[in-house]
Design a protein around this ligand. Sequence first.
Ligand code: B4P
Length: 197
Amino acid sequence: MMFNLILFGPPGSGKGTQSENLISRYGLKHLSTGDLLRSEIARQTPLGLEAKNFMDKGQLVPDEVVIGMISSALDQNPQSKGFLFDGFPRTSAQAEALDKLLELKHTSISVMLALDVSEEELVKRLLKRGETSGRSDDTNEQVIRARITEYHNKTAAVADYYRKFDKVRMVKGEGTIDDIFNSLCQEIDKRMVHQIS
Ligand code: B4P
Protein backbone atom coordinates (compact mmCIF):
# COMPACT_ATOMS: atom_id res chain seq x y z
CA MET A 1 0.00 0.00 0.00
CA MET A 2 1.35 3.44 -0.89
CA PHE A 3 1.89 6.27 1.59
CA ASN A 4 1.21 9.66 0.01
CA LEU A 5 2.00 12.79 1.97
CA ILE A 6 1.32 16.46 1.23
CA LEU A 7 3.67 18.86 2.95
CA PHE A 8 1.72 22.10 3.08
CA GLY A 9 2.37 25.67 4.17
CA PRO A 10 2.98 29.22 2.98
CA PRO A 11 6.08 30.16 0.95
CA GLY A 12 9.14 29.92 3.18
CA SER A 13 7.49 27.67 5.76
CA GLY A 14 10.13 24.95 5.34
CA LYS A 15 8.49 22.61 2.82
CA GLY A 16 11.55 22.20 0.62
CA THR A 17 13.89 22.04 3.61
CA GLN A 18 11.93 19.35 5.46
CA SER A 19 11.15 17.37 2.29
CA GLU A 20 14.83 16.62 1.74
CA ASN A 21 15.06 14.94 5.16
CA LEU A 22 11.69 13.21 4.97
CA ILE A 23 12.35 11.50 1.64
CA SER A 24 15.60 10.02 2.87
CA ARG A 25 13.97 8.69 6.06
CA TYR A 26 10.84 7.24 4.45
CA GLY A 27 11.98 6.43 0.90
CA LEU A 28 9.20 8.47 -0.69
CA LYS A 29 9.50 10.02 -4.13
CA HIS A 30 9.82 13.82 -3.80
CA LEU A 31 7.57 15.79 -6.18
CA SER A 32 8.13 19.55 -5.81
CA THR A 33 6.30 21.64 -8.40
CA GLY A 34 8.62 24.56 -7.55
CA ASP A 35 11.71 22.43 -8.34
CA LEU A 36 10.10 21.00 -11.49
CA LEU A 37 9.26 24.52 -12.71
CA ARG A 38 12.75 25.86 -11.92
CA SER A 39 14.25 22.97 -13.88
CA GLU A 40 12.04 23.86 -16.88
CA ILE A 41 13.22 27.49 -16.55
CA ALA A 42 16.89 26.44 -16.38
CA ARG A 43 16.43 24.38 -19.58
CA GLN A 44 14.57 27.31 -21.19
CA THR A 45 11.69 25.13 -22.35
CA PRO A 46 8.48 26.83 -23.58
CA LEU A 47 6.77 25.69 -20.37
CA GLY A 48 9.60 27.20 -18.29
CA LEU A 49 9.50 30.50 -20.15
CA GLU A 50 5.75 30.77 -19.58
CA ALA A 51 6.05 29.82 -15.91
CA LYS A 52 8.83 32.34 -15.25
CA ASN A 53 6.50 35.26 -16.08
CA PHE A 54 4.18 34.22 -13.26
CA MET A 55 6.85 33.20 -10.74
CA ASP A 56 8.80 36.46 -11.07
CA LYS A 57 5.66 38.37 -10.10
CA GLY A 58 4.94 36.10 -7.15
CA GLN A 59 1.87 34.65 -8.87
CA LEU A 60 0.83 31.03 -9.13
CA VAL A 61 1.51 29.30 -12.45
CA PRO A 62 -1.74 28.23 -14.25
CA ASP A 63 -3.33 25.02 -12.93
CA GLU A 64 -3.18 23.09 -16.21
CA VAL A 65 0.60 23.55 -16.40
CA VAL A 66 1.36 22.17 -12.94
CA ILE A 67 -1.29 19.43 -13.09
CA GLY A 68 0.25 18.20 -16.38
CA MET A 69 3.70 18.15 -14.79
CA ILE A 70 2.50 16.14 -11.79
CA SER A 71 0.55 13.75 -13.97
CA SER A 72 3.64 12.85 -16.00
CA ALA A 73 5.81 12.62 -12.86
CA LEU A 74 3.34 10.10 -11.39
CA ASP A 75 3.43 8.07 -14.61
CA GLN A 76 7.22 8.08 -14.60
CA ASN A 77 7.40 6.53 -11.11
CA PRO A 78 5.07 3.51 -11.17
CA GLN A 79 7.15 1.53 -8.65
CA SER A 80 7.27 4.21 -5.96
CA LYS A 81 6.21 3.17 -2.45
CA GLY A 82 4.69 6.61 -2.02
CA PHE A 83 4.99 10.29 -2.91
CA LEU A 84 5.80 13.42 -0.98
CA PHE A 85 4.00 16.34 -2.62
CA ASP A 86 5.84 19.58 -1.84
CA GLY A 87 4.21 22.84 -2.93
CA PHE A 88 1.36 20.98 -4.65
CA PRO A 89 -1.64 21.19 -4.63
CA ARG A 90 -1.81 24.98 -4.29
CA THR A 91 -5.42 25.55 -5.49
CA SER A 92 -8.67 23.66 -4.99
CA ALA A 93 -8.66 22.70 -8.69
CA GLN A 94 -5.19 21.17 -8.24
CA ALA A 95 -6.40 19.24 -5.16
CA GLU A 96 -9.36 17.78 -7.05
CA ALA A 97 -7.15 16.87 -10.02
CA LEU A 98 -4.64 15.18 -7.72
CA ASP A 99 -7.34 13.08 -6.07
CA LYS A 100 -8.49 11.90 -9.49
CA LEU A 101 -4.96 11.08 -10.64
CA LEU A 102 -4.31 9.06 -7.47
CA GLU A 103 -7.65 7.28 -7.80
CA LEU A 104 -6.61 6.07 -11.26
CA LYS A 105 -3.63 4.49 -9.53
CA HIS A 106 -5.87 2.97 -6.83
CA THR A 107 -4.36 5.09 -4.09
CA SER A 108 -5.07 8.35 -2.22
CA ILE A 109 -3.58 11.01 0.06
CA SER A 110 -2.69 9.53 3.46
CA VAL A 111 -2.20 12.83 5.30
CA MET A 112 -1.53 16.55 4.82
CA LEU A 113 0.98 18.00 7.28
CA ALA A 114 0.61 21.79 7.41
CA LEU A 115 3.51 23.93 8.67
CA ASP A 116 2.41 26.92 10.71
CA VAL A 117 4.77 29.95 10.54
CA SER A 118 4.14 33.67 11.19
CA GLU A 119 4.25 36.11 8.29
CA GLU A 120 7.21 38.11 9.66
CA GLU A 121 9.26 34.93 9.95
CA LEU A 122 8.36 33.92 6.36
CA VAL A 123 9.51 37.25 4.92
CA LYS A 124 12.71 37.14 6.98
CA ARG A 125 13.58 33.61 5.81
CA LEU A 126 12.88 34.28 2.14
CA LEU A 127 14.87 37.54 2.04
CA LYS A 128 17.75 35.70 3.69
CA ARG A 129 17.57 32.88 1.13
CA GLY A 130 17.47 35.54 -1.62
CA GLU A 131 20.93 36.75 -0.58
CA THR A 132 22.47 33.51 -1.82
CA SER A 133 19.92 31.44 -3.81
CA GLY A 134 19.93 33.45 -7.02
CA ARG A 135 16.14 32.99 -7.05
CA SER A 136 14.59 36.11 -8.58
CA ASP A 137 11.38 35.59 -6.56
CA ASP A 138 13.27 35.77 -3.23
CA THR A 139 15.15 39.06 -3.62
CA ASN A 140 12.29 41.56 -3.66
CA GLU A 141 10.12 42.03 -0.57
CA GLN A 142 7.13 43.11 -2.69
CA VAL A 143 7.26 39.84 -4.67
CA ILE A 144 7.55 37.86 -1.43
CA ARG A 145 4.48 39.64 -0.02
CA ALA A 146 2.61 38.93 -3.30
CA ARG A 147 3.39 35.22 -2.87
CA ILE A 148 2.01 35.29 0.66
CA THR A 149 -1.15 37.06 -0.61
CA GLU A 150 -1.58 34.39 -3.31
CA TYR A 151 -1.27 31.81 -0.55
CA HIS A 152 -4.08 33.43 1.48
CA ASN A 153 -6.32 33.97 -1.56
CA LYS A 154 -5.90 30.67 -3.39
CA THR A 155 -3.88 28.13 -1.42
CA ALA A 156 -5.15 28.25 2.17
CA ALA A 157 -8.49 26.78 0.95
CA VAL A 158 -6.68 23.58 -0.06
CA ALA A 159 -6.34 22.72 3.64
CA ASP A 160 -10.13 23.12 4.02
CA TYR A 161 -10.59 20.65 1.17
CA TYR A 162 -8.57 17.93 2.96
CA ARG A 163 -10.07 18.87 6.36
CA LYS A 164 -13.41 17.57 5.06
CA PHE A 165 -11.76 14.13 4.90
CA ASP A 166 -10.04 14.60 8.30
CA LYS A 167 -6.61 14.41 6.67
CA VAL A 168 -4.98 17.62 7.96
CA ARG A 169 -2.57 17.92 10.88
CA MET A 170 -1.01 21.27 11.82
CA VAL A 171 2.65 21.23 12.84
CA LYS A 172 4.53 24.14 14.42
CA GLY A 173 6.93 25.36 11.72
CA GLU A 174 9.07 27.66 13.88
CA GLY A 175 12.04 26.43 15.90
CA THR A 176 15.03 24.37 14.84
CA ILE A 177 14.92 22.35 11.63
CA ASP A 178 15.56 19.18 13.70
CA ASP A 179 12.69 19.81 16.13
CA ILE A 180 10.26 20.46 13.28
CA PHE A 181 11.51 17.32 11.49
CA ASN A 182 10.84 15.27 14.66
CA SER A 183 7.28 16.62 14.94
CA LEU A 184 6.63 15.72 11.30
CA CYS A 185 8.05 12.21 11.79
CA GLN A 186 5.81 11.63 14.82
CA GLU A 187 2.73 12.36 12.75
CA ILE A 188 3.90 10.16 9.87
CA ASP A 189 4.88 7.26 12.13
CA LYS A 190 1.43 7.24 13.78
CA ARG A 191 -0.22 6.96 10.39
CA MET A 192 2.16 4.49 8.78
CA VAL A 193 1.62 2.06 11.66
CA HIS A 194 -2.13 2.64 11.44
CA GLN A 195 -2.11 2.11 7.66
CA ILE A 196 -0.14 -1.14 7.90
CA SER A 197 -2.10 -2.65 10.85
P1 B4P B 1 8.15 26.75 -4.22
O1 B4P B 1 9.35 26.27 -4.91
O2 B4P B 1 7.14 25.74 -3.79
O3 B4P B 1 8.80 27.48 -3.01
P2 B4P B 1 8.42 28.25 -1.72
O4 B4P B 1 6.98 28.12 -1.39
O5 B4P B 1 8.97 29.59 -1.93
O6 B4P B 1 9.31 27.68 -0.57
P3 B4P B 1 9.46 26.50 0.44
O7 B4P B 1 8.35 26.53 1.43
O8 B4P B 1 9.71 25.19 -0.22
O9 B4P B 1 10.86 26.96 1.01
P4 B4P B 1 11.49 26.61 2.38
O10 B4P B 1 10.47 27.07 3.36
O11 B4P B 1 11.97 25.22 2.45
O12 B4P B 1 7.34 27.84 -5.10
C1 B4P B 1 7.95 28.86 -5.87
C2 B4P B 1 6.98 29.43 -6.90
O13 B4P B 1 6.67 28.43 -7.89
C3 B4P B 1 5.60 29.87 -6.41
O14 B4P B 1 5.61 31.20 -5.91
C4 B4P B 1 4.74 29.73 -7.70
O15 B4P B 1 4.90 30.84 -8.55
C5 B4P B 1 5.34 28.52 -8.38
N1 B4P B 1 4.61 27.27 -8.06
C6 B4P B 1 5.14 26.20 -7.40
N2 B4P B 1 4.22 25.23 -7.25
C7 B4P B 1 3.08 25.68 -7.82
C8 B4P B 1 1.76 25.14 -7.96
N3 B4P B 1 1.44 23.94 -7.48
N4 B4P B 1 0.82 25.89 -8.59
C9 B4P B 1 1.12 27.09 -9.10
N5 B4P B 1 2.34 27.67 -8.98
C10 B4P B 1 3.32 26.98 -8.35
O16 B4P B 1 12.72 27.55 2.54
C11 B4P B 1 12.67 28.91 2.82
C12 B4P B 1 13.93 29.35 3.57
O17 B4P B 1 13.70 29.16 4.97
C13 B4P B 1 15.19 28.57 3.24
O18 B4P B 1 16.24 29.48 3.07
C14 B4P B 1 15.42 27.69 4.46
O19 B4P B 1 16.78 27.48 4.71
C15 B4P B 1 14.80 28.50 5.58
N6 B4P B 1 14.27 27.70 6.67
C16 B4P B 1 13.57 26.54 6.54
N7 B4P B 1 13.24 26.06 7.76
C17 B4P B 1 13.72 26.95 8.68
C18 B4P B 1 13.70 27.02 10.12
N8 B4P B 1 13.11 26.10 10.85
N9 B4P B 1 14.27 28.10 10.71
C19 B4P B 1 14.87 29.05 9.95
N10 B4P B 1 14.95 29.04 8.60
C20 B4P B 1 14.38 28.00 7.98
